[in-house]
Design a protein around this ligand. Sequence first.
Ligand SMILES: [Zn+2]
Length: 491
Amino acid sequence: MQSNKTLPEKRIKATVRRLTLCLVVSLAVPQLANAEYNLPSLGDTSSSIMSPEQEHQLGRAWLSMLRGAVPTLDDPLLKNFVESHVYSLAETSQLDDRRLSFVLIDSPQLNAFAAPGGVIGVNGGLFLNAYTEAEFASVMAHELAHLSQRHFARNLQQQERMRIPMMTAMLAGVILAAAGGGDAGIAALASTQAAVIQEQRRFSRQNEQEADRIGLTNLERAGYDPEAMPDMFERLAQKSRFSRKPPEFLLTHPVTQSRIADSRNRADQLKSGGQKDSVEYQMMRARVQLHHEQSPGLAAQRFRILLDEHDGDHAAARYGLVLALTRSGQYAEAAEVLEPLLASQGNNVTVNLAAVELDIYRGELEQALTRVDRLLQINPDNYPLQEAKADILLRARHYTEAEKVINRLAAQRDSDPDVWYLTAEIRGLAGNIIGVHTARAEYFMLAGDLDQASEQLGLAATRAADDYVQSARIQARQQYLAEQRAIIENL
Ligand SMILES: [Zn+2]
C-alpha cells in the first residue's frame, strides 16, 4: 500500500540517520570493546546467564536501536507473510519462548538473522535469493534453531572473559549487511572494525552444524521438502564463487563443501515429498523484485516476458505485472491482466489488495472500500486489510472512522512502528492532539529515538494534566521509557 509520505517523515528519517552515524562511529572507537558489560554474573549453565525474560527485554531494546540505524520495509503484506510463515515454523520447532519480534530490512543483500530475545530479521534480499518457499523456510528454520538452542546465551558465556559487547557487534554486522556495497560511508567507517566484528558475530562451527541439523528436522516436520536446504546452499556456493565480496550472511555462514554434503546426506534420510513452493511466496517475491527494479515500466517488461513464456499461466508473474502496470499509470491494462487472478482466487487477500491498489490509483475509493470490507468479513483481524481500510478512509477524508480502524490495529500491533506512524498521522487529522503525541512517542520508542519519544510524552502529559486516566497511562509509558533507556545504555 502506498502510504502518504509527507514532510514530517523526512525529518524523522533524517534524525534517525544521524543516530546511525553516531552508532557506527562509536563502534569504531576501540575502547568500546572493553566497555563494562552490565549483565548479570555468569553461572555454569546458559539459563543462569540471562533469564528468558531479561533476554526478551534486551532483544526489544536492541531491535529499536537497529530500526533507528537501517531502512526498513513497511509493506504490510510482506511483513504479514514473514510473521505468519515464521510463527508456523515455530510451532513445529523446539522453541519454548515464542514471543517473537520481526524486522524487515530494506536491502537487496542476502541476510537473515535471529537475535536474543526472539528477534527475527530478514533482508528483502532473502526473497530475491531464495527461489522457493521451502528455500526461504530452510533459512528461517536454521535461524529459529539458533534461538531454540539459545546459542547466544551460550556464546556469551564463552566470551565473558574477553568482555566483548556481543550485541553491539551483532548490531554492526546487521547494519553492514543491510548497507552491503551500497552505502560506502557506513561501510568505510565500519571497515576497520569489520574483521573483528565478523569474528565476534560468528557462532562456533558446532553451533552452525547444530542449527543446520535441527533446522532441517524442523523443515521436514513443518511439511517442507528438506532437500530445499542443500539445494539453496549449492546455489549460493556457486554464486559466491563468482563474487569477490560475498554477502555478510555467507561470511557468517560459509557454504563449504562439507556443509553442503552434510545437509544433503541428512535431507536424503528424511521424508521427501514435502511442500516445495507456493503461489503466495512467489507473489511476495514479485513485490520485492518490483521494489528493487529501476522503474515500474522496466519491471512490467520483465513480468510480461515471464508471463508470455508460460502462455499466461504464471500467477506470480501476472500479479507482478498488475502491480507494475498500476504503478506506471496503465490502469486499463492492469485491470485486464488482473481479471483472471480475481476470477480464480476471488477471496485471496493479496490478489484483492492488488485490485484495491489499482482502485486507489484510479481514485475509485468507494469501490476499494467495498472490496476491503467484504474481505474483512472473512478475515476480521487481517493486518494488511485493516491498514488498507484505514488508508482508504484517510484518503477519503473520513478521519473519525479512519481513527477507529487504526486504533484497533494499533492495539493489536502495539510494537509495530509503521502502524504507530500512520496512527499519529490519522489522529492528527481527526483532531486528537493528545493521541498524536502518544502515538508519536510509541513510534519513536520503537524506532530507537528515545529523546524524541520523551519529548512527545512530555507534550502529551501537559495536555492531559486534567485527565486522571490519561495522565496515569502517560506516566506508565514514561516509566517504561526510562527502563528502555537503562537497557540501551547498558548494551
Ligand atoms: Zn547460523
